[in-house]
Write a protein that binds this ligand. Sequence first.
Ligand code: ADP
Ligand code: MG
Length: 241
Amino acid sequence: MVADQFADVREPSPPLIELEQVTKVYRSGKLEVAALRGIDLHVARGEYVAVTGSSGSGKSTLMHIIGCLDVPTSGRYRLAGQDVSALSEAELADVRNRRIGFMFQQFNLLGSMTALRNVELPLVYTGIPRVQRRERALTALERVGLADRVEHRPGELSGGQQQRVALARALVGDPDVLLADEPTGNQDSAAAMEVAQLLESLHVAGKTIVLITHEQDVASFAERTVRVRDGLVVELEASAQ
Ligand code: ADP
Ligand code: MG
């Protein structure tokens, strides 16, 4: 037993995200689009990686696969050591709920609900009692600087504030990884920088982040930038800070 424990200590922990030769082919009728053509990508726990690339290069497809919204056509994807390449819809949903926090360009907030209720929503399906849900949602909203806006509805908030509500909602379940697809795409540059700085502070606090963006100044906050072109990773570089 003791020897095993020491062996475990020496064993390097596997990457949180491990993609090996991942491809994705979309088929609609007779038309086939090879959106990903063999992606190898590892992301360690606690890393902050930016994914850049021009429109149509395959970034969102890659995010869908990393986020277990979709499965690869071929290749292997391990998330936290679990092979998730060929899970059923229900199994994927379970992995998503437990491990992934999403942020999209469109905030996808429910307009009729307050910021607090929007952030609470992902917890409703987890069986966490109402009082605790509320508490955690409040903490998440404080974390993104919106403690004084919890009773506002999305329509009563600026775009930047709405995106911060979406960030709080992504964080409320304490996911292993935060996935953000162009979260600053619809923002003016001041709001974009606010979101970028919040992501940076989450990274410093230990959160694993994969951020898709075509904005170089937003990408420059990440430790590492992965460039996607025509469905392939063409460059891996340390960000120029
Ligand atoms: P990006 O996010 O970098 O703009 P996408 O991953 O959205 O790129 O798209 C990559 C390629 O796959 C594009 O050629 C796009 O038209 C195609 N594509 C994306 N989603 C679908 C889909 N659901 N069905 C068919 N083709 C798709
Ligand atoms: Mg996209």
